[in-house]
Design a protein around this ligand. Structure first.
Ligand code: ADP
Ligand code: MG
Length: 438
């Protein structure tokens, strides 16, 4: 396999694991080459080497292992001739942004799809971008991964930077913490403090990172107060609401609640469809409606997953020079589409079967031998074996049986009955359907 092919495979896998911002920042500029089993990754500067190492190295090594290339090591070198944005004419002067930190210019309000799950956060973000410091201070956005928090705060930063009137500092909680630790080590805490107190807008993504870190919290507390007093805007995101960040100083927790705490939820089907269509239009590609429908109905957890599936599909089509068809989608996204399928647990099976046969859930674990109870219990055991990945001993545990032969016996008995009685088999099918629907 030549270096380009290897790198293409790595990229393909990475698109499903990294957010687009990181793909664009670290992976796209890389120029690979292969010498004596070393995959050299040439990048424009040390900054890129650090970024790649931090965000991607482990993943790349895992991917090499997973495609059977365990002998290939990776190493880095700096190549000054790599231009970051080859499509931008060199003569174009850089836009003055007044931004300190890495902002993703692709995350704007214009390409954020608004739906019931995020309209509150979106409206609050727009208000803050209109008049920073005037209302909602701090703006605290929280929600699960891949739901658009980082997108929204980048959109605020992008919009504010257009006017050039605001000094913006953008950090992740992790970056802020590391910077503070560095400044303590190099005895430059005063400079650190001054820098942050001079900004007009302070944005910290994933503030939950400072949980349990006392000196970072202490420093952040003083920065927060100084900025807040001066009516400077503070914007925070987190994977949790302030009360759920356990190891957080009380005075910070209360301050996080001073402004507006807004939560962002996973999008509903219609919004997922709209997001997909928007991403497809942005990428300048064409994908059939029924393929969108498949992705939007199966991939429900978050937008990053949805976007990842689309990127992966497009990449496969491009690399294999095939059109994007339903068949390709079903084939290449098999794992992802299945992963999202409802996970059936033994607990669920016990609950549903007990309901169906009108017995108490606790009888599923009891020793009662009466047929009207023992029989549904055997059915639940059978379904547990059929529908979960649990082993017989594990299933026995869940039914509080000492050894797995009880499960084995129940499984054989019910299986036999299914084969012999079509009516009974139909009843099992009905139960399975019920279970799959949750
Ligand atoms: P979070 O920070 O909440 O984990 P991100 O902001 O990184 O999530 O979003 C993950 C990906 O999903 C990004 O590529 C982002 O552009 C996209 N995304 C999330 N919500 C939307 C939306 N409403 N419209 C368009 N893209 C979205
Ligand atoms: Mg984020």
């Amino acid at each position: 396999m030549d270096h380009q092919k290897i790198w293409d495979l790595i990229k393909l896998q990475l698109t499903t694991e990294l957010p687009p911002a990181k793909m664009g920042a670290w992976i796209e500029p890389v120029s690979p080459s292969l010498e004596n089993n070393i995959l050299w990754l040439a990048v424009p500067s040390q900054f890129f080497i650090d970024g790649l190492k931090n965000d991607c190295e482990e993943k790349i090594i895992q991917i090499l292992l997973s495609i059977g290339l365990k002998d290939i090591k990776i190493d880095y070198r700096i190549d000054n001739s790599i231009t970051l944005f080859p499509t931008t004419p060199a003569s174009k002067p850089p836009i003055k942004h007044n931004i300190d930190g890495f902002i993703d210019e692709r995350f704007t309000f214009g390409n954020f799809v608004v739906g019931p799950s995020n309209e509150f956060c979106h409206a609050a973000s727009m208000a803050v971008a209109e008049q920073p410091g005037a209302q909602y201070n701090p703006l605290y956005i929280h929600g699960g991964v891949g739901l658009g928090k980082t997108h929204l705060i980048n959109a605020i930063a992008n919009q504010l930077s257009l006017s050039g009137n605001y000094k913006i500092a953008y950090r992740t909680g992790e970056h802020f913490t590391n910077e503070l630790i560095d400044s303590i080590r190099t005895q430059k805490t005063a400079a650190f403090r001054n820098k942050y107190r001079k900004v007009d807008v302070l944005i910290i993504d994933d503030i939950q990172f400072i949980e349990g870190k006392q000196s970072t919290q202490e420093e952040f507390f003083h920065t927060f107060d100084a900025l807040h007093k001066a009516k400077k805007q503070i914007i925070l995101t987190s994977d949790r609401d302030p009360s759920a960040i356990k190891h957080l100083a009380e005075r910070l927790r209360s301050r996080f609640n001073w402004g507006l705490v807004a939560d962002i939820q996973p999008p509903k089907f219609e919004t997922r469809m709209a997001i997909l269509k928007s991403k497809i239009a942005l990428a300048g590609i064409e994908i059939d409606e029924d393929i969108c429908f498949l992705l939007a109905s199966k991939i429900t957890s978050n937008v990053r997953e949805l976007e990842g599936a689309l990127t992966r599909l497009t990449a496969y089509a491009k690399l294999s020079r095939r059109p994007i068809t339903m068949e390709l989608a079903q084939d290449k996204l098999r794992d992802q589409l299945q992963l999202q399928a409802k996970v059936i647990t033994i607990e669920n099976i016990q609950k549903h079967v007990a309901n169906y046969y009108n017995i108490r859930i606790k009888d599923m674990r009891s020793k009662v031998r009466k047929r009207n109870i023992a029989y549904p219990r055997q059915i639940a055991m059978y379904l547990s074996k059929e529908l979960t990945k649990m082993s017989m001993p594990e299933i026995a545990d869940e039914f509080e049986k000492k050894d797995h032969t009880t499960i084995l016996y129940a499984h054989r008995k019910i299986q036999k009955e299914c084969l012999e009685k079509p009516d009974f088999q139909q009843e099992m099918q009905r139960l399975i359907k019920l279970l799959k629907q949750g």
